[in-house]
Design a protein around this ligand. Structure first.
Ligand SMILES: [Zn+2]
Length: 46
């Protein structure tokens, strides 16, 4: 079995896999973007 909706790195809008870009290496700030619809999410450790 395979769960496709459980991927936290998928686009919340279209479901495509997001590509990531490291914004700040020391703070582990990463931007996730979707090439399909342009959604950009940033993640930062709490
Ligand atoms: Zn998308």
């Amino acid at each position: 079995m395979k769960e496709e909706a459980a991927d936290p790195r998928g686009c919340p809008t279209c479901g495509d896999p997001l590509i990531f870009e490291i914004l700040d290496d020391e703070r582990f700030l990463v931007a996730w973007s979707c090439v399909n619809c342009g959604v950009i999410r940033t993640t930062e450790p709490a």
